[in-house]
Design a binder for this molecule. Structure first.
Ligand SMILES: Cc1ncc(COP(=O)(O)O)c(C=O)c1O
Ligand SMILES: N[C@@H](CCOP(=O)(O)O)C(=O)O
Length: 526
């Protein structure tokens, strides 16, 4: 046994995890050393938990990025061999077309979507237990960049990016909470959970994807690639995330917004972050068309989820769900869908965990659409025979008012391969579901109301059982959509009964009047 191997094996044995690579191979000495080095917080794929925080002291004159830089560039840093590249989405296995992630490319030669393909052979040098322990060891740390729920899975996201190039607000690690009262009272369910991706830096799940995209743009600019800014079309959340991460990195962002179709809270986000905001007199699909044309002409990097880099970050929410259940797989995961990148991102995250041995199955996926913007639902109902973009009508779920989703093929792939279902929600259904959920202590966005409506329908039809472990993905923070709640609780919506409205009671400022209304209220509620 070499000195290195002896050292690594004795250190290995002292590890509380006792992890080993999946199969002993010739590289195993390096792998064991990697495990040990990871404990110092470097970029190795290691699974050994970091030392107790009290033992780790960064010199006072070093910030966390510099610390990561030193560890990354030190001679101890391993060449772990993980890599990723663009390939045509769902291509025939014989297809050899591929692109470096350092190329600026959004579509395959045939005009189809791209996907980020990871080197699974390299990742498989470690078994599932190894990856589980590695990811678990990074939760809640501040070590750069692993304090992020996205970058804690760096080897599966952008394995080759240098920590110096990463732009992160330590996004992710969002809470997954047990919706005890809502589940019991409205659905007779005992194991209902909400993954609150809206508790995030800019208030939606878009941060998960944007940290990856903007980090890669940072790298491209450092490599001297001609990228003068980043641009997107948006219904409000993508633009908020892009502007925030762009501003953090000092990269100009340009956002195309459909005039008068997004909430004030969403509009003010890119304005405050210094983005160049174009309010365009069209809908989201019109803005999307324009940004595609513009990014084909100008050196502005496209930040919508047509760009498959985004989905690499978004897929970590699925991995996080498994992690939060201690690597037990839920039965159902329900995701509201608009441009349809996220449903595929969830599928990809779950699928990678299965392929790499972290879990043994994947959940069934449900994609929920607003009935006013339901091209996927109509396609599903046609038995996947007839896809037609629709003209998306106004919906309170304004962030998913999309009629021609760019990721339609990705969504179909995700749903077909997860035995998935598509459901829809009318305006009244989604607003009632939101109000009922809020009445149990949540404060959800209308898109989450769409997802809850899908759940209600699948529960009522018996497809989802009372004890099925079910996760509803809440995609944005309710505080971004207070106007819709105000309209509902004021019963100020045409043709809607607003059955669960809870308007404030106007009362005179005297003791008798206050007592009268209180007595009336208490007699009703007892
Ligand atoms: C709050 C919110 N929920 C859901 C979605 C749907 O996500 P996707 O476009 O990836 O389907 C979006 C954006 O489209 C969104 O902003
Ligand atoms: N809801 C999105 C619509 C664009 O989606 P993307 O994921 O393709 O950027 C938004 O907030 O803009």
């Amino acid at each position: 046994m070499s000195a290195a191997a002896a050292a690594s094996s004795s250190l290995f044995q002292s590890s509380p995890f006792h992890l080993t690579p999946s199969k002993p191979r010739r590289r195993s000495h390096h792998l064991n050393l990697n495990l040990i080095r990871s404990a110092a917080g470097n970029d190795s794929p290691a699974a050994s938990p970091p030392p107790p925080p009290t033992k780790h002291r960064r010199p006072a004159d070093q910030n966390i990025r510099q610390e990561a830089h030193l560890l990354h560039t030190s001679s101890a840093s391993p060449d772990h061999g993980f890599s990723a590249k663009y390939v045509p989405f769902n291509a025939d296995p014989s297809c050899t077309e591929s692109y470096s992630l350092d190329e600026i490319v959004y579509r395959s030669q045939s005009g189809g979507l791209l996907d980020v393909a990871h080197d699974f052979d390299a990742l498989r040098r470690f078994d599932g237990a190894h990856w589980r322990a590695l990811f678990d060891s990074r939760v809640g740390r501040t070590t750069w960049p692993y304090g992020s729920g996205v970058w804690s899975k760096k080897e599966w996201v952008l394995p080759e990016i240098h920590p110096d190039d990463i732009v992160s607000a330590f996004e992710g690690n969002s809470n997954l909470f047990w919706a005890e009262r809502y589940g019991k009272q409205f659905l007779g369910m005992s194991d209902l959970w909400v993954k609150h991706c809206g508790i995030s830096h800019t208030g939606s799940f878009k941060d998960l994807g944007m940290t990856v995209l903007v980090s890669q743009v940072n790298r491209l600019r450092r490599l001297g690639k001609p990228v003068v800014g980043v641009g997107c079309a948006s219904t409000g959340d993508t633009s908020a995330a892009l502007s925030a991460y762009g501003a953090a990195a000092g990269i100009p962002s340009i956002v195309f917004l459909p005039a008068n179709r997004i909430s004030i809270a969403q509009l003010v986000q890119p304005i405050a972050n210094g983005a160049f905001v174009l309010s365009i007199d069209t809908d989201f699909d019109g803005c999307m068309q324009l940004i595609r044309e513009v990014t084909a002409e100008l050196p502005i990097y496209l930040a919508n989820s047509l760009n498959s880099l985004r989905l690499e970050g978004q897929k970590t929410a699925a991995i996080e769900i498994l992690q939060q259940f201690d690597w037990e797989v839920p039965d159902w995961v329900i995701v509201p869908g608009g441009n349809l990148g996220n449903i595929y991102a969830f599928y990809k995250g779950f699928h990678m965990c299965k392929e790499l041995g972290l879990v043994d199955r994947i959940p069934r996926l449900v994609c929920a659409q607003a009935a006013n913007a339901n091209p996927l639902y109509l396609y599903y109902k046609s038995g996947w025979n007839d896809f037609k973009p629709v003209k998306a009508n106004t919906t309170f779920a304004s962030a998913i008012q999309i009629g021609d989703p760019v990721s339609i093929d990705r969504a179909v792939y995700a749903l077909r391969n997860s035995n998935g279902i598509v459901e829809e929600a009318t305006e009244e259904e989604l607003m009632d579901a939101m109000a009922q959920a809020d009445s149990t202590g949540m404060f959800i966005c209308p898109h989450t109301g769409v997802a809850l409506t899908a759940l209600i329908k699948l529960r009522n039809s018996g497809i989802i059982g009372p004890t099925d472990r079910t996760v509803v993905v809440s995609t944005a923070h309710g505080l971004k959509f207070t106007q819709s709640k105000t309209d509902y609780h004021s019963r100020d919506i045409k043709d809607m009964a607003c059955r669960f409205a809870n308007p404030p009671v106007q009362v005179k400022a005297d003791f008798g009047s206050v007592m009268d209304v209180l007595k009336k209220y208490l007699s009703k509620s007892s």
